[in-house]
Ligand binder design. Structure first.
Ligand code: SF4
Length: 292
């Protein structure tokens, strides 16, 4: 197999005989099941058919999925098995197939989608740390892009996610996603059929960074091309205890300041209340839906 250059790390790992920076070797999954805690037009009443992939090109110190992203927990599957899992979630009535942290497996995902020929939308759920070249390979396969924009500060992105180039890389990735799928469309049931939702998780002690992120989105992108999802669900997890300033939940005041700014800038999208600040919304990574 050729060396892997799928993500901005471009580490050149000789997969599957060796693991990349992201921890990925062969196609590996941690969970596949309906998920009900995405944005309302993605989750709906039947849930989003969510497939969690193992490994991640970022190394966020507060990652809530760290068993998958850092430990690379997961079971190896074939491309045919991945296609079967997608079809099984479709048969269960899920509104879409939601690929979480899919970047290291884009080539396998394209093969599985060619086999499955799904009738429901495909959601690409990503940190935003994506190569434009890799996104271009997904054109026509992905219906809904669900990227984060975590930071615009290279200092913070290096400190908390180990990637000083995250802001410039994510900015280019968002432009490509909006070029492909910008402008949201909905079905008669109110579910999203295509579009881009840009997520931003407000971090404790960093509301000024969140305001800078919103200002960046406002100044650089056409608001008719995407919805904003402003998230307050941060809970200190993984290595957050090593960083006192983020070793707590967000206060209501911090979130309110950022959400008021978003509203003042005219963003359309989704806001959360403080009930979202719970690890209960992170599902167990126990191979549900894989071992069937
Ligand atoms: S996806 Fe993983 S293996 Fe491929 S270039 Fe990125 S870090 Fe390396």
């Amino acid at each position: 197999m050729p060396k892997c250059y799928l993500c901005p790390r471009k580490c050149g790992a000789d997969r599957p005989s060796s693991r990349g920076f992201c921890g990925a070797d062969t196609l590996r999954l941690g969970r596949a099941a309906p998920h009900f805690y995405e944005e309302p037009p993605v989750s709906g009443k039947n849930g989003s058919g969510t497939i969690f992939f193992s490994g991640c090109p970022l190394s966020c110190v507060f990652c809530q999925n760290h068993e998958l992203s850092d430990g690379c927990f997961g079971k190896p599957v074939t491309v045919n098995k991945l296609a079967d899992i997608m079809l099984s979630l479709q048969d269960r009535g899920c509104h879409n197939i939601n690929l979480v942290s899919p970047t290291p497996y884009v080539k396998d995902i394209i093969k599985a989608l060619d086999i499955a020929k799904l009738k429901i939308p495909v959601v690409y759920n990503t940190s935003g740390y994506e190569r434009v070249q890799t996104l271009k390979a997904l054109e026509g396969y992905v219906d809904i892009y669900l990227p984060d924009l975590k930071y615009v500060s290279g200092e913070l992105s290096e400190k908390y996610s180990g990637a000083a180039d995250y802001p410039s890389v994510a900015a280019g990735a968002l432009s490509e996603m909006m070029r492909q799928r910008g402008g949201c469309e909905y079905g008669e049931d109110g579910m999203m059929k295509r579009g881009v939702i840009v997520r931003h998780l407000v971090l404790p002690s960093h509301k000024d960074e969140s305001i800078a992120v919103l200002k960046f989105l406002h100044e650089n992108y056409d608001k008719s091309k995407f919805l904003l999802s402003l998230m307050s669900q941060y809970v200190p997890d993984f290595k957050a205890g090593e960083y006192p300033e983020i070793n707590r939940k967000l206060t209501k005041l911090e979130y309110r300041r950022v959400s008021e700014y978003a509203i003042a800038l005219g963003f359309d999208g989704f806001f959360q209340d403080s009930s979202s600040q719970s690890s209960d919304f992170t599902p167990p990574f126990d191979l549900t839906g894989i071992d069937q």
